[in-house]
Design a protein around this ligand. Structure first.
Ligand code: HEM
Length: 458
């Protein structure tokens, strides 16, 4: 709810100069933010980010005010969103009418009923992708966790995006291009105040990837025009809406939304799953409970969507994973009208940063916040918690529409891997992530995969 301006004494937010040079900021902004967060303990603070001076709002009441109570006032605009807006102008990641139209078209794809229709397709893709973790001859092998998670997630997401409308050759071309685009914009997202004319790392690779992505996507859209077919996949739904709307919607609108969906669905899921392995490695009692549950329910079968209802601990582990590593770690908003937050006046044009990473680590909100403890998500422990103490998927009108897809996908990938392997880290991973648009481990996550039995791992 908006805080009536006259009910709270006017205060000034504490100011923290976050960095003085771009290089310093890029080196370790997260550590600095976490320190500020600890010392402010939920109070609104103002960050000195050079030319830009955003507020940082981490108290659950303030998060609620921005994302829900005053969501029409706090919009996705301003310096932090410009790189994304330029790239996916009229997509579901925009604001106002563009966002509303794309959301109206895409929302029905994400109903529980429709996602459940896609889950068999996802299970097949996941089991086949996990098959490829098996070493030739069926023995154990060591893999680099992040690219392997990325491969499994991409092979699954491409089914949700395109169903059977894309050939293996086309997806082999599109996935690396999509990936490159998503990674390259991270620099612009991190350094939004650097003018476009100043080249940044990744710019050239970005342009080349956009070209490949566009060629492939526009070819697919042309093919749809000649042979629409049907399907519950996102591509078919977007092309159908474009055909029904006539000139009101363009091929570029279809492309913008496909890129937006890929960007929001792959990197997030990949990184969340990558963080799982160091956590399980460091908490063997959690790993043992997972093995026992999965052994009892899945045994030597291939994982199926209907197994998930009988795997409550798998669900808890995934929720706690997103508490410690909410990979959409920060999302900015810009105020459009004057208001107050915790007594501090906010002016139109002011940026307010919301960070699940920081709220999820507040000692005043969470008991033992840095400890990995999936029992926090036992139903009796969830009851009574502030709605915005835990918000890895955001909240309010822009809440992540893919959260059900993520839950099904992540639980099936985790279950499929653990029903066949006993993974162990080849070497420890620093627990503090390196940030870009998402949260990445600082070193490679080398995973030694010991197959359970010859029968399962083949
Ligand atoms: C670990 C996995 C994921 C995380 C942590 C995550 C997080 C988020 C967050 C925090 C937002 C809100 C952004 C904001 O308020 O500005 C969001 C929005 C969104 N997410 Fe996700 N997401 C995940 C997976 C997915 C998946 C799998 C999909 C699609 C299949 C998806 C599609 C979207 C879309 C389209 C939006 C924009 C919704 C709107 O503005 O109306 N996400 N996500």
């Amino acid at each position: 709810m908006p805080v009536p301006a006259d009910s709270v004494p006017v205060k000034k937010a504490k100011s923290f100069p976050l960095y003085r040079t771009v290089a310093g900021f890029v080196r370790d902004p997260l550590l600095q933010l976490q320190r500020i967060n600890e010392s402010a303990d939920g109070e609104l603070v103002r960050l000195g980010l050079g030319a830009s001076r955003p507020y940082l709002a981490t108290h659950p009441d303030h998060v609620q005010q921005v994302l829900r109570g005053e969501s029409e006032n706090f919009v996705r605009d301003g310096v932090f969103w410009r790189p994304l807006n330029r790239l996916m102008g009229a997509s579901i990641l925009a604001e106002g009418d563009d966002w509303e139209l794309s959301k109206r078209v895409l929302q029905p794809v994400f109903t529980t009923r429709n996602v459940n229709r896609l889950t068999d397709l996802m299970a097949t893709a996941i089991n086949e992708a996990v098959d490829r973790l098996v070493a030739p001859g069926g023995g154990g092998r060591t893999v680099d966790g992040l690219p392997e998670m990325s491969r499994i997630v991409n092979e699954t997401v491409i089914k949700v995006l395109f169903g059977d409308k894309i050939s293996p050759v086309e997806s082999d071309r599109l996935i690396p291009a999509f990936d490159q685009v998503a990674r390259s914009i991270a620099f612009r997202f991190l350094l939004p105040f650097v003018p476009r004319l100043i080249p940044l790392p990744g710019d050239r690779a970005f342009r080349a990837a956009v070209k490949i992505m566009d060629e492939t996507l526009f070819e697919l859209v042309d093919r749809y025009r000649n042979d629409p077919g049907d399907g519950d996949d996102i591509f078919t739904v977007l092309c159908g809406a474009r055909a029904a709307a006539g000139s009101e919607l363009t091929d570029t609108w279809v492309r913008d939304n496909l890129l937006a969906m890929f960007a929001t669905s792959t990197e997030t899921t990949t990184l969340a799953l990558t963080w799982l392995w160091p956590l399980l490695n460091d908490h063997p009692h959690v790993a043992t409970r997972l093995y026992d549950e999965i052994d009892g329910v899945v045994g030597t079968e291939r994982v199926r969507p209907d197994h998930l209802h009988r795997l409550p601990y798998v669900h808890q582990v995934v929720q706690e994973l997103l508490r410690l590593y909410p990979v959409g770690w920060m999302f900015p908003r810009m105020a459009t009208k004057p208001t107050t937050m915790g007594g501090v006046p906010i002016k139109p044009g002011d940026a307010v940063l919301i960070s699940p990473f920081l709220t999820h680590r507040l000692a005043s909100v969470w008991d033992r916040p840095l400890e990995f403890d999936p029992d926090r998500f036992l139903p009796e422990n969830v009851r009574g918690r502030h709605r915005y103490a835990y918000f890895p998927f955001g909240g309010g009108p822009h809440q992540c529409i893919g959260r059900h897809v993520f839950n099904v996908e992540a639980q099936m990938i985790l279950t499929s891997i653990l029903s066949r392997f006993r993974p162990a880290l080849a070497r420890p991973i620093p627990p503090m992530p390196r940030i870009g648009a998402t949260l990445r481990p600082r070193t490679n996550v080398e995973l030694a995969l010991a197959p359970l039995t010859g029968a399962r791992a083949s």
